[in-house]
Design a protein around this ligand. Structure first.
Ligand code: HEC
Length: 326
């Protein structure tokens, strides 16, 4: 009797195994990994909020659900964009072309140029819908490729870095010419996020990240006068890695997958144009105490600094205390 009683159980166990092995899964986790299953609502939200439209991402060898979770964490939770996309918002509706503003013809283009800057401009954001203001990820539908095959969208600065924190400048996180975000392998990226290692700028590194064949100057030049002398240059100082340290493996891999799927982008503000405000003065071009960035003022890189005309707005909080044009 005992033996017979066990038979249905064994049969059930066998059926269970077959189901677990053969069931189609919409996510990357195996059955043994069930705790890491990606929530469908995170996937849905990640697809909806990516400033680079999801169908423009490069999914080579990357599961779509993992990329979507990465988008959710980068754009909706981790605030990577708050520091690594600069300026963050387009001007409302762009600007009319002028001789001084050669990209004025971009007027009316962009992911949603009418939404403007949520810190300065209407409309009020909805409690339940997607955010109406757009991040400055203007793709214009134009896609070209580096010789290495890495896609580029001209005028796009999404996650290309350039925001200053004192003398530290946020880095370009988009794929370099090798197709890896900031040239980092997944294992190196996890070291950045868990240990704060400044891997891409390690001077003994044989393969520094190349963007369009050029080494990112943020690595060849100290980020600003004083950087690296009063701080440990091997440890990231502004990047909130002690918080990200606690993310799960799946989450970190998802962020890496999303960054890997992005088009390569270039920064509006570089070491050459310098850092504004505080005591930041990279390359001596910053204006201490003014909070004004000096990069060229164009529609795809809106800048409040305009020595000849009225102040223009379009980027987020900067400059502090300067009223938008009436
Ligand atoms: C508070 C601003 C801030 C936030 C938020 C932030 N970062 Fe950073 N991050 C920086 C700055 C600034 C640097 C470079 C200089 C430093 O921190 O010393 C940096 C550096 C990096 C690097 C470069 C490591 C290397 O080897 O070059 C990576 C990768 C990175 N961040 C990824 C991220 C990701 C992914 C997120 C979101 C989950 C994020 N960061 C959020 C400011 C930030």
């Amino acid at each position: 009797m005992k033996h017979i009683n066990h038979q249905p159980l064994l049969w059930l166990a066998g059926l269970f195994t077959v189901i677990m092995v053969t069931a189609p899964t919409s996510h990357t986790s195996s059955a043994a990994d069930a705790k890491d299953a990606i929530s469908p609502s995170d996937v849905q939200q990640g697809e909806a909020i990516s400033p680079i439209p999801f169908d423009k991402l490069n999914f080579k060898d990357r599961p779509r659900a993992l990329v979507a979770l990465g988008s959710y964490l980068v754009n909706g939770v981790g605030d990577c964009v708050g520091c690594h996309t600069f300026p963050r918002f387009l001007r409302p509706r762009g600007t009319a072309p002028t001789p001084a503003n050669s990209t004025g013809n971009l007027r009316g283009l962009g992911s949603d140029p009418t939404a403007g800057n949520p810190f300065l401009d209407p409309p009020e954001q909805s409690l339940t819908g997607q955010m109406k203001a757009n991040i400055n990820a203007d793709t214009h539908g134009i896609v070209t490729h580096r010789a290495s095959g890495v896609p580029i969208y001209p005028y796009n600065h999404f996650l290309a870095g350039g925001r200053c924190f004192g003398f530290f400048i946020s880095r370009n996180l988009t794929p370099d010419d090798s197709g890896k975000p900031r040239g980092l392998t997944e294992a190196e990226f996890i070291q950045v996020m868990r240990q704060g290692k400044d891997i891409s700028c390690d001077t003994s590194r044989l393969t520094p990240p190349l963007y369009g064949g050029v080494v990112d100057p943020v690595c060849s030049t100290p980020e600003g006068a004083g950087a690296g002398t009063s701080f440990n240059p091997e440890v990231l100082q502004t990047m909130p890695w002690p918080t990200y340290h606690s993310m799960t493996d799946t989450e970190l891999k998802a962020i890496y997958a999303y960054l890997s799927s992005l088009p390569q982008a270039t920064a509006c503000n570089t070491v050459e144009t310098g850092c504004a405000g505080w005591f930041g003065n990279a390359k001596g071009a910053g204006e201490v105490g003014t909070n004004r960035y000096r990069y060229a003022n164009t529609d795809d890189c809106p800048n409040n600094y305009n020595p000849v005309g009225p102040a223009r707005t379009g980027d987020d909080h900067l400059p502090y205390g300067v009223a938008p044009p009436q």
